[in-house]
Design a protein around this ligand. Sequence first.
Ligand SMILES: [Mg+2]
Length: 251
Amino acid sequence: MPGPLAPLVDRPSASGVFTDYDGTLAPIVDDPERAEPLPGAVDALARLARRYARVGVISGRPGAWLAARLGGRGLVLSGLYGLETVTAGEVVAPAEATRWAPVVEEVAARAESPEGPGAVVERKGLAVTLHVRTAPDRQGAAQAWAEAEAARTGLDVLVGRRSYELRPPVARDKGTALREAAAGLAAVCFAGDDRGDLVAFDALDELAGAGVAALRIGVRSPEMPPELAERADLVVDGPAGVLDLFVQLLR
Ligand SMILES: [Mg+2]
């Protein structure tokens, strides 16, 4: 096959296919609990997993959440931006992260209390996310609140699509997750739609420097960060474009 997918399609047994979840498999919706993959996307991933050496989803969602929707299909699943991995149905996080659980719990409780920023609070176990998608007037307040809580507790702030996440200050992200998942492969692609995916592109840059055929796939949306488009080797339109790519990889 000619084109940017050729290194993957030509050697599936030495290739890996990786993607984010929200905005790449599932359209972005107001209520994150209602984000469902496009019809056919999960089936395509399962088929890819049977043909390619490694196929995975690297997401900001909790590992258990990913396992419930995508488990049992031979996929590599990484949750909470690389903090969690799902191994044989079990969610694993490093001790340096799990020891922050009580701190995250306390911050989550404060976020939900009258002292909180008035954002939608998503408890994710080892992280807590403040969503302002449905309350854009709370964006400044949510950011200031998250930064103040980070300064008070030592947690890190991760800025996402209309969201601020407080999480353990551990050097794990989608880039570290992708580096581990892609170890030993000759060709690797990753599809992302958001700022948090740029570190996965960094990982692909490093792999490319080491001789791996690396393909950075940017997934377009009205909120696509310009940097993602600039750094992508290939830009596709939303989850439908990703699914189309999967179909091409299965030809
Ligand atoms: Mg995303």
